[in-house]
Design a protein around this ligand. Structure first.
Ligand code: NAP
Length: 266
């Protein structure tokens, strides 16, 4: 089994990365940053996002494992003091592979078409003024949006930006995308639903820019600016991202631990 390591770059993560490589060497695991079977991310959920985008062209043939150096993460479940146990499991047992949905975004501009695959979410925001866009669902006009922006999140991204905006938390087995508004203006001309919308796998949404405007887009943590966006089509991607589980990591436990805390239940 070949593995690669991506760390956050801080001294603890670098140390753990080095330690993992030493331990893995003693168990016969092969270090290969180019063509790994498993990518180990050491840091936080943000580090896992970086690892995902680094290996995005190879996601059909590899799985991710996360070690967190801060609080328990949504993608990173192994603690720093469990490296030995993790190496042991990686060298002796076959993991359960869990596959999570991604968001497929097709961005059409006057100068070209771009395809993106987001693990957490796709965000678009107006840069100079409020953003004005028509939102269509399955080819039919749904609403006219005016406001700061729109977030399209995956189920695993529902606990990130989407949650801060009041969106629902979605179990990753529900193949869907959530459309969440950022500060929409509602009046006689511009009217939006106000609540977030969950689209199933076989539905899609188009966001059509209604004026020449500078738009800041984010695919997870990666930002880009465009001034000639025509339309954006969002749907559940046909491909998924894989995580290797060497022990159970139930989603609702992660939600409880991250947002409610175990102590508050006592
Ligand atoms: P960042 O400051 O590293 O990340 C922001 C926070 O989001 C970090 O605490 C990170 O956890 C956490 N996070 C990432 N993915 C998550 C997930 N799936 N569920 C729960 N928490 C998650 O910023 P960045 O590197 O640019 O990361 C980009 C992400 O930040 C975006 O994908 C977006 O979801 C999030 N974001 C949130 C807001 C907001 O809530 N107002 C605004 C903008 C962006 P770790 O500490 O474990 O890395």
């Amino acid at each position: 089994m070949k593995y690669a390591v991506i760390d956050r770059g801080d001294s603890l993560s670098k140390q753990l990365s080095q330690r993992f490589i030493e331990l893995a060497g003693t168990k016969g695991l092969q270090h290969d940053q180019q063509e790994p079977d498993i990518v180990l991310s050491i840091g936080g959920d943000g580090t896992l996002l970086q690892a995902y985008h680094h290996y995005i062209d190879q996601i059909d043939s590899l799985s991710f494992v996360g070690v967190h150096t801060g609080h328990l993460g949504f993608y990173a479940d192994w603690k720093p003091n469990e490296l030995e146990l993790l190496v042991d499991k990686m060298s002796t047992i076959e993991p359960t592979i869990v596959r999570y949905p991604l968001a497929h975004i097709e961005l059409v501009t006057k100068s070209g078409t771009y395809n993106y695959f987001a693990l957490n979410e796709f965000t678009l925001k107006g840069v100079d003024n409020t953003m004005v866009a028509q939102v269509n669902i399955n080819g039919e006009q749904f609403e006219m949006f005016r406001g700061d922006g729109i977030v399209i999140s995956t189920p695993t991204g529902s606990t990130a930006y989407n949650k801060s905006l009041g969106g629902s938390i979605v179990h990753p087995t529900i193949e869907s995308l959530q459309i969440t508004e950022i500060a929409s203006i509602n009046n006689i001309v511009y009217r939006t639903l106000g609540s977030s919308v969950l689209l199933p796998k076989h539905h899609y949404c188009d966001i059509i820019c209604m004026k020449q405007q500078r738009i800041q887009i984010h695919v997870d943590h990666i930002g880009k600016m465009f001034d000639d966006v025509v339309s954006i089509t969002c749907k559940v991607a046909s491909k998924k991202v894989s995580f290797a589980r060497y022990r159970p990591f139930p989603f609702w436990n992660r939600v409880r631990n991250a947002f409610i805390g175990v102590d508050s239940l006592k």
